[in-house]
Ligand binder design. Sequence first.
Ligand code: F6R
Length: 240
Amino acid sequence: MRVYRATDYSDMSRKAANMISAQVILQPDCVLGLATGSSPLGIYRQLVEWYKKGDLDFSEVTTINLDEYAGLSGDDANSYRHFMKTNFWAYINIKPENTHIPDGPAHDPESECIRYDSIISARGGIDMQLLGLGHNGHIGFNEPGTAFDKDTHLVALTESTIEANRRFFEGRDVPGHAYTMGIRSIMQSKKILVIASGAHKAKIVKAAFFGPVTPMVPASVLQLHNNVTLVGDEGAMALI
Ligand code: F6R
């Protein structure tokens, strides 16, 4: 595992955006695995800025997102598809048909999971997967206790995740279920880029990357991957 210490959120975002840029420049038709949440927002802003300067071309890039709330359509302001459109895709030249995210309102969850896994395998797997880190060590929506050998599946969210996400819902009910790539799907990515910012992530960064590998801390499985880069700012790296 490579570890990069950044001074603050914007330094973390710039360093991680540089790594994603290198991936896109060296392999213009790469498959990027993307995440939502607060952690990657600065990366998306930085990539958009470089795209606008003419330094990046996303016309051949495919993106495959980690997760989506069950029941929310892509037009819903709280859906992850909407998040990706409004924070990233709308500002770059990615082809809409090359952006993938689970279909929240899918009628048959089992077929939806199979469809999603087949998108990943048809594209030859994910070249670089970007991951944020949940307070409880979740990656995607793989909550503590999830078996390491799962592909895309439907999960019931834990109370702590529902609470952590409530800030985005402004009084609406937070959905109780979500589709997520499984730990196995994530582990099959060729490269994994983990970002963490803020002192509130310090304990989980230490547990995930320097503690025992256990399903109770899903991100700890990343210690077993052979190409993981962690970029954390001072707060998140305070206990390392
Ligand atoms: C988002 C996702 C989640 C987040 C995690 C951290 O697509 O899969 O696992 O990466 O909850 O969220 P933030 O970045 O908001 O702290």
